[in-house]
Design a protein around this ligand. Structure first.
Ligand SMILES: [Zn+2]
Ligand SMILES: [Zn+2]
Length: 309
């Protein structure tokens, strides 16, 4: 029944296979990371610039130079709908892209019905702002659980399901100058990135493939090894196939608690004098009392006599 499998594993050099597995996986993972870096390069640059500006604003407050940098940031990314600078009374004193957000040059955001992170200006009822953390500037429509998931979050909160499609949702990053109450609103309208979906699908498939291959390789190696040791190879192979690393540990401990016949490689009880499979003498007995000793013993376990091997 396992003849084909036996033939296959015996013809396989697992040392070579695992070496190539590691080399090829590393190349694929590095290549994929580089590809991802290329696809998301604009987003990565945006994230880094954003953090830079936020850090500076933290130190020196929101001033002209910060405003200038925010303008550059807004123009560097199509995802950014606008960057707004508001004074302490919520008057818009600067709009990087003149998007016309806000009414009467004001944007007063208040929390929507205790909904987590959703904000709204009462004067623009068809627009919602979902606040995202500073670390989430990297989000794209492809990575962010896209608008369907935002809808789900609304649904979970029994909120606005019926007119979801008529509403506009922007993502909002903000930071403030505590001294003068000025606020910076970075309004994102996340757009899909070309090839990002392909990339995410490909990386997930690659990871699964590599992981699956590793899983099967380990099981096949144990099957081959157990076969050589004249153990129940299908049983051990199946155990590894189900439990992987756990089974591998059990198998290693099991092997360590026994000994391998140097002639036929079968696994033998530590205290056997002769190999049960080929009859080779694998252990000695103490010359003084006759107790069976293993080749690793220096002293007889029964009488304590020094053994010479
Ligand atoms: Zn043997
Ligand atoms: Zn002895």
């Amino acid at each position: 029944m396992f003849k084909g499998l036996d033939k296959f594993v015996n013809a396989t050099d697992f040392r070579k296979v695992s070496k190539w597995y590691i080399i090829v996986s590393l190349c694929l993972v590095i290549g994929t990371l580089a590809w991802g870096g290329y696809i998301f390069k604009d987003k990565i640059a945006l994230t880094m610039n954003y953090h830079n500006i936020e850090e500076q604003a933290e130190k020196q407050g929101i001033d002209k130079s910060i405003q200038e940098q925010l303008g550059n940031l807004a123009n560097s990314s199509a995802d950014i709908k606008d960057v707004l600078l508001l004074d302490k009374d919520n008057n818009i004193i600067y709009s990087a892209k003149n998007s016309g957000l806000g009414k009467d040059n004001k944007l007063v955001l208040t929390k929507v019905n205790d909904k987590r992170q959703f904000f709204q200006d009462v004067n623009i009822p068809d627009t919602y702002f979902k606040v995202i953390g500073p670390r989430n500037v990297l989000l794209t429509k492809d990575v962010y659980r896209d608008s369907k998931d935002i809808k789900k979050e609304f649904d979970n909160d029994f909120f606005y399901d019926s007119n979801y499609n008529t509403q506009k949702i922007y993502f909002l990053n903000y930071f403030a100058d505590r001294k003068n109450g000025m606020k910076v609103f970075i309004v994102n309208d996340l757009k899909p990135i070309p090839y990002a979906k392909v990339f995410i699908g490909f990386s997930a498939a690659l990871l699964m493939l590599l992981f699956g291959l590793y899983w099967i390789l380990v099981a096949l190696w144990v099957y081959k090894d157990a076969n050589r040791r004249k153990l129940n190879a299908p049983l051990w192979g199946l155990l590894i196939l189900i439990t992987n690393i756990v089974g591998l540990i059990v198998y290693t401990i099991y092997k360590q608690n026994n000994q391998t016949c140097y002639k036929c490689e079968s696994l033998q009880n530590k205290h056997n004098t002769f190999c049960s499979y080929c009859g080779t003498r694998i252990n000695k007995s103490c010359e003084k009392c006759g107790t069976i000793v293993t080749k690793n013993d220096t002293f007889c376990v029964h009488c304590g006599a020094k053994l010479d091997h």
